[in-house]
Write a protein that binds this ligand. Structure first.
Ligand code: NAI
Length: 336
């Protein structure tokens, strides 16, 4: 099958080409560097499959162009599918597939890396020590043992975070409309969202971005939290209202923020912009806080995860070619 692969980086090329060879299905992979948008959609010309990542735009106008170019399947090489208009895809006869699980451990471990770095100010001490500044003022942390962590979304990644944090001796609270017995067996306790927000020292987000979870963390939610709370978001940027976050960082209500995702990340992340002036004033303001640590959507970025993503993506396309159904279908019903 001809596959137009958008937003290709050298590592995508390496892992996808390897999987294509290993699986032995011989798809014709066309690696394209641009991000998929209304301006670039025509590059998919004659490709029955289009492969995209988190910031590729699969809205109705783009899907209409893809359908006209002969696209039958959109194979996402990520778990989240908030960037696809599923209703439009269905109407246009385009099947959507994703990689539901590749390495939940990769994202969970990065989440914990953010918690540990922020708490013990590793990002600041790294810079200080390199400059010969061995003063400890401003680096004071707290013991994680005995603290309460609230996990919003106890799916694959949330459960991994719970497992690790139980190991640190934390009390673990969870909020999820779907209860998972493993979470409770680990020692986690399900509570209502309000109780999680008001009772946690650390709040970490692992639910999908949907209309219901958009700006889940907003001014109202932050007001109910403990003063000095740590908020971690490795889920999707728009789970958090960034302006509310900044206001609460300024007045000290929030003690630490760790982000691997950002609402407007599509204009920033995955590119080297070090020689340019950042035009996003909200993002620039976030970078000024010493108690904010931002990584550029790299939580998934491990060798194991990239191998699994590539194999599942190629597998989805091959299965679709053989049977008309990918292994991991995304359907409109999943939004409910
Ligand atoms: P999952 O589908 O296994 O778990 C998501 C959980 O969220 C489910 O248990 C679901 O019931 C729950 N949920 C749904 N609506 C909710 C709500 N309103 N409040 C609380 N919980 C709710 O998904 P997984 O694999 O754990 O991934 C979670 C999210 O992490 C993905 O949707 C994606 O956005 C993000 N992600 C980020 C990555 C990164 O590199 N930063 C990489 C992979 C995923």
């Amino acid at each position: 099958m001809k596959v137009a692969v958008f937003s290709t980086k050298p590592y995508d090329r390496e892992f996808l080409a390897q999987a294509n060879q290993l699986e032995g299905d011989g798809h014709d992979l066309r690696f394209l560097e641009p991000r998929l948008s209304i301006e670039t959609a025509a590059l998919a010309h004659d490709s029955a499959a289009v492969c995209g990542f988190v910031n590729d735009v699969f809205d109705r106008p783009v899907l209409e162009i893809l359908a006209a170019e002969g696209t039958k399947i959109v194979a996402l090489r990520c778990a989240g599918f908030n960037n696809v208009d599923l209703a439009a895809a269905r109407e246009l006869g385009i099947t959507v597939a994703r990689v539901p699980a590749y390495s939940p451990e990769a994202v969970a471990e990065h989440t914990v890396a953010l918690i540990l770095s922020l708490n013990r100010n590793i990002h600041r001490s790294y810079v200080r020590v390199r400059e010969g500044n061995f003063a400890l003022d401003g680096l004071l942390g707290f013991d994680l043992k005995g603290r309460t962590i609230g996990i919003v979304g106890t799916g694959r990644i949330g459960i991994c975070v719970a497992r690790i944090m139980v190991g640190f001796g934390c009390q673990v609270l969870g909020f999820d409309p779907r209860h998972d017995a493993e979470f409770t067996q680990l020692g986690g306790k399900y509570v209502e969202l309000d109780d999680l927000l008001s009772g946690s020292d650390i709040i970490t987000l692992h639910c999908p971005l949907t209309p219901q979870t958009h700006h889940l963390i907003n001014t109202k939610a932050i007001a109910t939290m403990k003063t000095g709370v740590m908020i971690i978001n490795t889920g999707r940027g728009a789970l958090v209202e960034t302006r509310a976050l900044i206001r609460s960082l300024k007045n000290g209500k929030i003690g630490h923020v760790g982000l691997d995702v950002y609402e407007e990340e599509s204009d920033l992340f995955f590119e080297n912009l070090s020689g340019q002036i950042i035009q996003d004033d909200i993002f620039a303001r976030l970078l000024t806080f010493p108690n904010v640590l931002i990584t550029g959507h790299q939580a998934f970025f491990t060798r194991e995860a990239l191998t699994a993503i590539a194999r599942t993506t190629i597998g989805n396309i091959s299965q679709f070619e053989r049977t008309g159904q990918p292994t991991h279908l995304v359907s409109v019903a999943m939004l409910a």
